[in-house]
Design a protein around this ligand. Sequence first.
Ligand code: HEC
Length: 115
Amino acid sequence: MPAPMHEHMLANMRDHLAALSEIQAALAAGRYDQAADVAEQRIGMSSLERHGASHMAPYMPKAMQDIGTNMHRAASRLARAAQEASVTNEPSHALGALAELTQQCVACHASFRLK
Ligand code: HEC
């Protein structure tokens, strides 16, 4: 991956971590709609454009792209689970979906480095 893109990718990563923290705080406070918004807009399928995903993906090996796709999908599933929680007031599905999302972060970090 060209060096200027490293900075872009790491900036995306720092925003992902900040988003996870905001999601956890919102779930803990019972602000489920807010958790859903952050998950969808910052990490979910709706964030692909904003992260320049289509420019980055071609520089990643296929297995890495697949984990990235799994991460974006997991975040969108989390967003739906959090919306569900806002109706049922029962966050356990959303917490499970949050764990599945963070597993994708862990999986990619375990296998890939920028250089
Ligand atoms: C598709 C692969 C992939 C996924 C998925 C992924 N990361 Fe990363 N992340 C990386 C790579 C590669 C680096 C750079 C590691 C290196 O080169 O040492 C990185 C670095 C980071 C950094 C360090 C940023 C810096 O400024 O140095 C943070 C924080 C981070 N990731 C958070 C996350 C979080 C949170 C998630 C899940 C929501 C996530 N990442 C998902 C590949 C991924």
